[in-house]
Design a protein around this ligand. Structure first.
Ligand code: 0PR
Length: 357
């Protein structure tokens, strides 16, 4: 029997979503192409250059460089790798390079630190889940290769003060990396200062396969200056192209083509409308949960966290709702494009019914 994928009608925990129809169609057409070999697959290689130009527009970068990665994890690992390589040359110290990051940073940086042999220093966040700048200042020194700011945190959808983090990074000659893997396609429609034009950002993760409505796998690594990619390049003797900066070798042309299709179709108006719909849903859900008497973390971006009893959480999972919890145990609902008001209404009704049992 043919197996079917998870239906999206009860998925409230994912940062992935149903791809836009044009993204799905483009992914299918380019399934058998490999942007890792531009000499053989020139069309997908051209499309990747287009993807980077479009990502640059979204992220306020005039002359962008970068590539379409497998996701935020790869983009973050590669950003740390750039910083480590650069620190080898620029810092006079032989001590292990460090990456300074808020504790709200994604666990992919743990992988990066492990693979790359750098020390990850976690800095506390404040009462509103944003990084504590004083703690960052106290943490950086001459061994700091990179400071990380998160623009749309995985657990609470918070945006760190990116311009201030940039100043601190510059004060110790470290790179500033912004993880906008999830937030990058909603932040352009908010007042947050998060991108290359707002702050001295060196590198950024921004994923078309999350809020960008592209098919998986389509992550984005953007760098302010093309020379930063040189830190990653290895020679590729038997390919027609001479070097490769990506972490993976063979890559999915499907992800690249779908990212271009989605961004061409949706940037900026389609993404703005989606942001407005998702944000309105998040605010509606937050108000409903507050009315039911739960403590709610205000949704600054389309992501709601609320303290609900563990037994209720588990009963909702039993009933088929795909929901997740923050590190401190709060319910977490991500208002992705596939999440509709009707779906949230039945979720709240299910929660209410359980609580009044
Ligand atoms: N940076 C941030 C801020 C993220 O939220 C994530 C993923 C990443 C980086 C890593 O991105 P990739 O997973 O593309 O490598 N955050 C989600 C999480 O860990 C990922 C996720 C996606 C989880 C879909 C579940 C799911 O169904 O929770």
């Amino acid at each position: 029997m043919q197996r079917e994928p998870q239906a999206f009608d009860r998925v409230l925990s994912s940062m992935c979503t149903t791809p836009h129809p044009v993204a799905r169609e483009a992914a299918e057409r380019f399934l058998a192409t490999n942007p890792g070999d531009p000499g053989t697959y020139p069309t997908i290689s051209d499309l990747e250059a287009e993807a980077i130009d479009l990502l640059g527009e979204v992220a306020g970068l005039d002359d962008p460089a970068g590539y379409v990665a497998s996701g935020g994890t790869e983009a973050n690992i590669q950003a740390v790798r750039i910083a480590r390589e650069r620190a080898r040359v620029t810092t006079a110290t032989t001590e292990t390079p460090t990456v300074v990051m808020p504790e709200s940073g994604h666990f992919s940086f743990q992988k990066a630190a492990n693979v790359l042999g750098v020390d990850l220093e976690l800095v506390p966040t404040d009462d509103d889940h944003r990084v504590d700048l004083e703690a960052i200042r106290a943490c950086v020194d001459k061994t700091t290769a990179m400071v990380v700011g998160v623009a749309g945190t995985t657990e609470y959808g918070r945006v760190d003060p990116i311009p201030e983090l940039g100043e601190i990074a510059q004060s110790v000659d470290a790179l500033l990396h912004v993880d906008a893997a999830w937030g990058g396609f909603v932040l352009p429609f908010t007042d947050h200062a998060w991108h290359f034009d707002h702050a001295p950002v060196d590198t950024m993760a921004i994923d078309p396969h999350k809020m960008g409505q592209a098919a998986v796998p389509a992550g984005g690594l953007l760098v302010r200056d093309e020379t930063l990619l040189d830190e990653l390049a290895v020679n590729t003797p038997y390919l027609e192209s001479t070097s490769q900066a990506t972490l993976t070798g063979t890559r999915s042309g499907a992800g690249v083509a779908s990212a271009v299709a989605a961004m061409t179709e949706l940037w900026p108006d389609g993404y703005r409308e989606q942001y407005e719909r998702s944000q309105a849903n998040a605010e509606w859900l937050a108000a409903e949960l507050a009315a039911l008497g739960y403590n709610v973390v205000e949704p600054e971006l389309p992501l709601v966290a609320a303290d609900i009893p563990t037994a209720t959480f588990e009963a909702l999972r039993e009933a088929g709702w795909r929901i997740s919890r923050t590190g401190s145990g709060e319910l977490r609902v991500v208002c992705m494009p596939h999440v509709t008001r009707t779906q949230l209404e039945s979720f709240v009704a299910a929660l209410d019914a359980l609580e009044s049992e």
